[in-house]
Ligand binder design. Structure first.
Ligand code: EPU
Length: 336
């Protein structure tokens, strides 16, 4: 177990905010995690369990313990003619795991290539992109219930997955479980989902296989999203809002090209990027923070922004969109 005091979180949040935590603890095994959960001092502290910090916005220093899993490893737990089940440590890098599966020709998560973060967070956030959600490939989530230290396995249906949501994110469960491993069920006869956005065009003239889909997605993301290495960011800052059909039809009278993704007969999802762009907020800055010109759904740390500046800019975006369209857009990023 590694324990650091007054530790900089600069490399543990993709906004690259220079904030500190009172304690930073990294456990390497389930035994160490169990030991930590029995520690009285630890139990008396404010605790936050993080992955790679790719969805966190620190508003100030953290006066407590930040915990990070160091549990790694990829293990085959079951296999039949069509599928393979892999148990993966929460600390495995997400994109390296995707690359590993693509290389073995196991399909299901290739559309989620190049998403920053770790395996544990994939199950917590229900990451999604290009028409795929990780929940479609999650078989089980192995956790520890912090209050009692007991192990608890959640099957896919217990995780209450929906768009960018899981049981673990729910307000009544947030922070109560540590994810140690995730079991993914992948397909040995991959079916391709390439009808989202520009993906099919990108694949034109290529043999459709997992590796070409992965390459196309990486190229699309590099083209469309700001690079978190040069401009700290947390990917989509906002979720795409759901609105009722009547509201959408009303807006369509004024904005004939308003895009939407149908959810069901009564509800559509509207791209927040479009709403933000229509408000003229692309490139808008506040202090060191900016709404990305490349993809306005993303807020970037352009010039040593503070968490407060990023939050203020986000609030301004939310208010402007609300005033113009009567639509509330909610942050996907967690404010700490
Ligand atoms: N759009 C604009 N202006 C822009 C960019 C986009 O108007 O500058 C509109 C266009 O109408 C476009 C639509 O927004 O068709 C959707 O844009 P895009 O396909 O880029 O995706 P998104 O809906 O904005 C979602 C995810 C992304 C994921 C992409 C691709 C959310 C909150 N975001 O964004 O996820 O990569 O789809 O599948 O659902 C992330 O979560 O960090 C993330 C990047």
């Amino acid at each position: 177990m590694r324990i650091y005091e007054n530790y900089s979180l600069f490399d543990h949040n993709t906004f690259h905010l220079d904030v500190k935590t009172r304690w930073f603890v990294e456990y390497e095994s389930e035994d160490e995690l169990v030991k930590l959960m029995k520690d009285e001092y630890f139990l008396s502290q404010k605790v936050l369990h993080i992955g790679k910090g790719s969805n966190l916005l620190f508003l100030s220093d953290f006066d407590g313990v930040i915990v990070h899993s160091g549990i790694k490893g990829i293990e085959i737990v079951r296999e039949d003619a069509n599928h393979i089940w892999l148990k993966v440590g929460a600390a495995e890098n997400w994109d390296s795991f995707v690359a590993f599966c693509v290389d073995k020709n196991w399909g299901g998560i290739e559309n989620l290539s190049h998403i920053p973060g770790e395996v544990g967070a994939s199950a917590y956030q229900n990451i999604g992109a290009y028409g795929a959600e990780v929940s479609d490939c999650i078989s089980e989530v192995h956790t520890y219930f912090i209050e009692t230290g007991e192990k608890k396995t959640f099957h896919n249906e217990d995780c209450c997955y929906s768009y960018r949501y899981s049981f673990f994110k729910g307000p009544e469960n947030k922070g109560l479980y540590y994810i140690s491993h995730v079991v993914y069920k992948l397909s040995k006869q991959p079916e391709y989902k390439i009808d989202y956005g520009d993906l099919r065009n990108r694949l034109e003239g290529k043999i459709i296989q997992l590796s070409t889909v992965r390459e196309a997605i990486i190229a699309l993301r590099q083209e469309k999203l700001p690079n978190p290495v040069t401009e700290g960011n947390a990917g989509s800052f906002f979720m795409n809002p759901y609105i009722c059909m009547a509201h959408y039809e009303g807006l369509k009278k004024h904005y004939r090209d308003i895009p939407c993704y149908p959810v069901n007969d009564e509800v559509v999802k509207v791209p927040a990027a479009w709403l933000i762009e229509q408000c003229g907020l692309k490139g808008k800055t506040l202090g060191g923070a900016a709404v990305s010109e490349k993809q306005p759904l993303v807020i970037v740390n352009r010039n040593r922004a503070t968490g407060g500046e990023i939050a203020l800019l986000a609030e301004e975006v939310q208010q402007t969109v609300k005033e113009k369209f009567g639509i509330e857009i909610r942050p996907e990023v967690n404010y700490i």
